[in-house]
Design a binder for this molecule. Structure first.
Ligand code: C5P
Length: 408
């Protein structure tokens, strides 16, 4: 499937650059045409001569190389390809990409390309886990950049162990094949079906009163909109909110938790389901058919009998047949945020939990900004405080990578 594919490989400066030579060989063995850009730092690790000999054509090196400009301008270099692959992608290259820099040939081409980009990071484990690199990764994923690796293991240069090793050449080849096979590559969720729940639920007490919570639906609606922008076929099942229906997707409005579960079940099958709704845990056992009257019971107090609502997330996550490939829950907590969220991941049987601190001081409930932790079987990632739209975009990018099998 790589036969006659055009691959532009950017080789950054890292000890893992020696593996890029093997990557070029593997790609050419499969019939791909490989053009290369060797960064200045990359040349400290491997030579233009060895890259050129293995690729069968001279690597591009300088942004303002008149002879190369005569041959092919950097804009054409960026576009005249089926995919751009960065291996190794250093922390510095990632930072440049995330910041939109264009001060050398590699970063300029990465900014100018209109083709899918796959990067294989390689760096010291501390550099990979630094807040700055984590921020850049989240940004790049939100920008639609696919990642392969890094993996855990011993570092070639220091003997230190941790996450930071570049993925093996054959794994990068497989990731390139996956990225190229994606239908309508360019829109990361094209051809995918995504279900999102959002908003509160209203549990009736009588025809005019209900039990509700302070959820505004902003985060769930932002996720549904981001999924639609990413090309997915989206169903949003929303409790009562004051938000407009997002464009480009199907919104189903419900009121109670039971109605929400029924609408969710009807929307299946989907590739991924994201449960961002703040579902009421209890509903009123026997809502009054008529408006309840003050003093009707002859006493100045009233007791409501509540019954537990179905847990929509757990019901879907534990389905045997027709379970979405990826089930994502939310956990709004006011204390021990990560601990409680981890517990929820196991208890509810979902794949990921997005945990947020909704203590009164944070302004998250109803506000426009959010500070979340992504909890998966692999561990916890704490994302920077950002707008709910940015959280949505980053989450959707991550989901797209996971569904494409290229992630993380
Ligand atoms: O247990 P807790 O309500 O904190 O769990 C939050 C997660 O579970 C959210 O993803 C929420 O949408 C989901 N949930 C649900 N049905 C319920 C309660 C919670 O889907 N009845």
């Amino acid at each position: 499937m790589l036969k006659d594919k055009r691959i532009l490989l950017v080789i950054g400066g890292g000890i893992a650059a020696y593996k890029s030579l093997e990557l070029i060989r593997r790609l050419r063995e499969r019939g791909a045409r490989v053009r290369t850009i060797l960064t200045r730092a990359g040349q400290e690790f491997i030579t233009p001569l060895s890259v050129g000999a293995i690729a069968g054509e001279k690597p591009y090196i300088e942004l303002f190389d008149l002879q190369a400009e005569f041959d092919i301008g950097h804009i054409r270099l960026a576009r005249d390809t089926d995919i751009v692959v960065v291996a190794p992608a250093t922390a510095d290259l990632m930072a440049k990409m995330a910041g939109g820099h264009a001060d050398d040939l590699a970063s300029t081409v990465l900014l100018a390309t209109d083709k899918p980009v796959l990067i294989a990071p390689a760096m010291n484990p501390h550099m990979w886990s630094q807040a700055a690199t984590r921020r850049n990764r989240t940004q790049l994923e939100a920008d639609g950049i696919a990642f392969i690796g890094p993996s855990a293991g011993e570092m070639a240069e220091s003997g230190e162990a941790g996450i930071g090793r570049m993925a093996e050449p054959l794994d990068i080849v497989a990731a390139i094949e996956t990225a190229l096979a994606r239908p309508h590559a360019g829109l990361p969720l094209s051809g995918r079906r995504i279900l999102v729940t959002s908003g509160p639920t209203h549990e009736p007490i009588d025809p005019v009163r209900y039990i509700a919570n302070r959820s505004s639906g902003k985060q769930g609606h932002a996720i549904a909109a981001a999924a639609a922008r990413a090309g997915a076929d989206v169903t949003l099942v929303s409790g009562p909110t004051s938000l407009p229906d997002p464009a480009g997707l199907k919104t189903i409005k419900v009121s109670t938790a039971r109605e929400m579960l029924a609408a969710v079940e009807k929307a299946l099958p989907v590739d991924a389901a994201i449960f961002a709704a703040a579902v009421a845990d209890w509903g009123v056992a026997a809502p009054g058919a008529q408006k309840m009257k003050k003093g009707a019971a002859g006493a100045p107090s009233l007791s409501l009998s509540l019954v537990e609502n179905p847990d929509i997330l757990a019901t879907i996550a534990k389905r045997r047949a027709g379970r979405p490939r990826l089930v994502v829950g939310f956990a709004a907590e006011t204390e021990k945020v990560i601990e409680h969220a981890r517990d929820k991941l196991t208890r509810k049987g979902c794949d990921w939990i997005v945990a947020n601190d909704v203590s009164p001081g944070t302004g998250v409930m109803g506000g426009d900004r959010n500070s979340v932790h992504l909890i998966t079987a692999k561990g916890v990632e704490s994302w920077p405080v950002q707008s709910k739209d940015e959280v949505a975009q980053a989450l959707i990018a991550r989901i797209a990578s996971a569904l494409a099998g290229v992630a993380t």
